[in-house]
Design a binder for this molecule. Structure first.
Ligand SMILES: Cc1cc2nc3c(=O)[nH]c(=O)nc-3n(C[C@H](O)[C@H](O)[C@H](O)COP(=O)(O)OP(=O)(O)OC[C@H]3O[C@@H](n4cnc5c(N)ncnc54)[C@H](O)[C@@H]3O)c2cc1C
Length: 503
């Protein structure tokens, strides 16, 4: 008799979604988290009264998240106090001019129209195209398992609209920008969002060009910080008996002679048996370190090793004692699209740090949305700018301070006047810090790259093909990284587990 029906490695939103749903369905569930709090990349921590988010800074694609809460017999809105962010973002161009994009599509078209009348028309056509995609396929794709070629082809049969739009799978994000827009500034204002799927516009699959449009469906911030989402899942799971053990570092998945997962071993030597093991961690680490290469066939071993880690980012959180001159929750600091694409090959891939002048990225000022995150009259400015995961010839530990200070100096001079003089706290998370904090190889924020070769059926399967009773939920598996999509993977895993071993 196993200790638990289900043991889950990691209390990210993926693991907690699977755990809470299975607990609601009457299963005995234990979630093991190596750190001292839940949420992983979607979490919040306190430094001197400033509540900084670890990674994710908003949620969109709410109907996908809603599905998980429906399974839990409630609604997202009821469980999490969501604040709508409108304007959805602001853009600061290299010539220091600004554009603010409201939630309404018409309003965004008008803002774009001030730069280019032709691109105003292009934007409306772009919006119509992606709206018709959403209407036709109803986001079902995200909750459809993609474990076999049969699943993949079945999805096209079940959702015929996918075939109509399949050209966007074979275009790049860049191609989509060039299809709808002419003005370089307008293209810049829509290019950075390619990085929300972890790639430069030149590398990202064309379908991801839906992201800027999806933001017009609403972007939201949970009052109190991003941790409120995993805390809601934890609360709902615990109501049904789910247990969450913090500071519980899993070092081994135990596998018997029949290739059946039988439980886990913690760093302190404790053994826990379970009928099913769910992994919410990077799949490469899962298979190569926790399961062990000895349990994998040569083809699986080389397959799992072939996955490229996704992009990482240095993340600098500033607590400031003034109201920074920023117009929205998110501000994009852009560069020419060609420069953004070149950065990937010339800097990121070579392990070279960009100079502040070469930088582009995202500034998040969550206190514009939720002032309760900082002491009265103070704000949080989080800088999500560019820096490779691994540096050539040096360590992030040696450069993190200087890198961050020179970026703050530059932004202070050029973009956010006064910033430097008002910093009361600077908390830096380099890709290496991120790796240490979440045991996430390379600090890769979507685990693996999300190009065409690592999507859908080409991503590690949610039901392991090598180890019986082992399932994956999280960014490593379909439909990939991002809070809503990871929650969708959690629903997929829960349904597969309910439908097989534990039915
Ligand atoms: C900087 C950044 C910005 C982002 N911005 C957004 C955004 O604005 N909106 C959005 O939707 N998404 C965003 N994302 C992506 C999103 O946050 C992630 O895709 C998602 O939260 C990942 O969830 P997960 O459940 O897959 O895994 P994780 O969040 O990685 O959770 C895995 C958990 O497993 C634990 N763990 C690891 N190893 C072990 C072990 N051996 N034993 C026990 N526990 C272990 C970790 O500590 C962690 O808590 C962002 C990510 C980053 C990094």
């Amino acid at each position: 008799m196993a200790d638990y029906d289900v043991v889950i490695i990691g209390a990210g939103v993926g693991g907690l979604t699977t755990g809470s749903i299975l607990a609601k369905r009457g299963k005995k569930v234990l979630v093991l988290e190596q750190s001292g709090q839940v949420g992983g990349c979607c979490s919040t921590y306190d430094v001197n009264g400033y509540k900084y988010d670890i990674g994710a800074s908003v949620v969109e694609m709410i109907p996908i998240i809603e599905r998980a809460f429906t399974e839990l017999g409630t609604t997202f809105e009821k469980e999490v106090d969501l604040i709508q962010c409108d304007p959805i973002y602001s853009v600061i161009f290299p010539d220091n001019t600004r554009m603010t994009i409201p939630m309404s599509v018409e309003g965004a078209a008008d803002a774009i129209g001030k730069i280019s009348a032709e691109d105003r028309v292009g934007f409306l056509e772009y919006a119509r195209t992606f709206e018709s995609f959403i209407q036709a396929h109803g986001l079902d794709f995200f909750h459809t398992p993609m474990n076999t070629m049969g699943d993949f082809l079945g999805a096209f049969k079940k959702i015929p609209a996918l075939s109509k739009f399949n050209k966007y799978f074979f275009m790049t994000y860049n191609d989509v920008l060039n299809k709808f827009f002419k003005d370089p500034k307008v293209k810049q204002s829509l290019a950075y969002q390619a990085f929300y799927c972890g790639h430069s516009p030149e590398q990202a699959v064309g379908l991801f060009a839906i992201i800027p449009y999806m933001e017009h469906k609403g972007i939201y911030y949970p009052r109190g910080g991003m941790i409120k989402i995993p805390q809601a899942l934890q609360r709902l799971g615990e109501k049904s008996g789910m247990q969450v053990m913090l500071n519980a570092d899993v070092v081994k998945v135990t596998v018997d002679g029949h290739h059946q997962a039988t439980g886990v071993i913690l760093k302190d030597g404790q053994q826990i048996s379970a009928r099913v093991v769910v992994s919410n961690i990077n799949a490469r680490k899962l298979y190569l370190d926790l399961v062990g290469e000895e349990h994998l066939s040569p083809i699986v071993r080389s397959g799992i090793k072939s996955y490229q880690l996704s992009k990482s980012t240095p993340y600098i959180c500033l607590g400031v004692d003034y109201d920074p001159p920023l117009d929205a929750h998110h501000t994009l600091v852009t560069r020419d699209v060609d420069d953004i694409n070149t950065f990937w090959w010339e800097k990121y891939r070579k392990g070279a740090l960009p100079t502040p002048q070469e930088q582009f990225g995202l500034i998040c000022c969550p206190t514009k949305t939720d002032p309760s995150l900082a002491p009265s009259g103070h704000h949080i400015v989080a800088l999500d700018f560019q820096g490779p995961s691994k540096l050539a010839g040096q360590s992030w530990d040696d450069v993190r301070q200087e890198f961050s200070e020179s970026l703050v100096d530059y932004l202070s001079e050029r973009i956010i006047p006064g910033l430097k003089d008002h910093v009361k706290d600077m908390t830096i998370s380099s890709p290496l810090d991120f790796e240490r904090r979440l045991h996430n190889p390379g600090g890769a924020f979507y685990c693996f790259q999300q190009d065409l070769t690592a999507q859908t059926v080409f991503r590690p399967a949610s039901k392991s093909k090598s180890i019986k009773g082992l399932y994956l939920a999280g960014a490593s598996t379909h439909p990939g990284g991002g809070v809503p999509t990871v929650m969708a993977s959690g629903v997929i895993a829960a349904n597969q587990i309910s439908g097989s071993q534990l039915s």
